[in-house]
Design a protein around this ligand. Sequence first.
Ligand code: ADP
Ligand code: MG
Length: 236
Amino acid sequence: MVANQRIIEQAKTQGRTVLTELESKQLLKEAGINVVETRLATSREEAMTIAKQLGFPVVLKIASPDVVHKSDAGGVKLGLRTSKQAGKAYDDIIAAIGEKYPQAVIQGVSVQKMARPGVEVIIGMSQDAQFGPVLMFGLGGILVEVLKDVSFRIVPLEKRDAAEMIREIKGYPVLEGYRGREKVDIAYLEDMLLKVSNFVEKNPEIKELDLNPVFAYSDGAIAVDARVILEVEEKK
Ligand code: ADP
Ligand code: MG
């Protein structure tokens, strides 16, 4: 909780409401939510060293509160297999972001483990004017962006809400192992939803949350991207 408060306070001091992926993952990890191990590099050399420590393959991503859609801006490099590749990816990301967002405040580049592919799902939270914090669950990927196949429940979630919201999406058969795909560990996802609900309840200063995507497996699930947005502080 102490580290959580520090991350949130630091953002507030800097006058920002958007937490970077790295900061968001730190908060979530402390809440017991499984996230890909992610560290910050502030130089090409550091990126190479961290990559070696984590073990290949790795993923590098821009760490900036001003770049929300990281891959659109050339800010994500997947499947890097050597420290040389990681070093080059560091330089490429900094160059691409510098060109596209010359005003962006850049913390550095995050270096993370490349998670093995799974069934992509999304977990989100937004504030409803009437109901307060509401959790969302859905399948990830382009199809779902088009079809908007998602379910919602008001926070705090009961065990039963978590079970229902997973089963009521139209794409549920996909999670049960559609056409030879991996059958997903539903109980683990239910538990993840409950943990997110709990996390949101305990941190009322969080306005929005996005775990997009979470890779779901036959034995667990892991968030590979995360974004937290804080409530704007009212001036006293
Ligand atoms: P964006 O800000 O564009 O949403 P993401 O962090 O979600 O950036 O990365 C884009 C895509 O790259 C993800 O949807 C996922 O498919 C893949 N990806 C990102 N991080 C990882 C990782 N650590 N391991 C495996 N795949 C990843
Ligand atoms: Mg994402």
